[in-house]
Design a protein around this ligand. Sequence first.
Ligand code: ZN
Length: 173
Amino acid sequence: MAKTIVQNGAEVLREIAAEVPYEEITSPKIQKVLSDMKEALEGERDGAAIAAPQIGVPLRIFIVSKRVLRKNEEDMEAKDMVCINPVLSRLSRKKEPKDEGCLSVRGYYGHVPRANRATIEAYNEYGKRFTRGASELLAQAFQHEMDHLDGILFIDKATEVWETKPEEEKAPE
Ligand code: ZN
């Protein structure tokens, strides 16, 4: 059975998530969190990314689905991107309103001002530090997921929010 995704109203979505101690990244406990997150993300037809608080775990981890990476970079071999203790190291100054949804705010979409380009630094699931620059959907996902780790939902930043019928739903993050 697919993992339950925590919905808006839950306290865990409003907490500042805690850093993962470096030496725990490869521990069974954290690896289990990662596999639970992947399972939850996999269970969502068009899920773009997921943050640990969305499965009830207040830790600074998010995972971007390989579906986004394949769409963004046309890299059919791309795997899910695990980002542990991520920081946004660069953000382009120019922001544009983007269509955005969230697996934790079902049935709603909005226009959210997002920087066109973003760079993150993070650890992967093996504890290796990496830097990744992104544009378009991937840059938007980085910003959306970083917000989750600080207790922020897209509806807090949206200039406009609207309700969608289930059949219209697309690419929630
Ligand atoms: Zn979200």
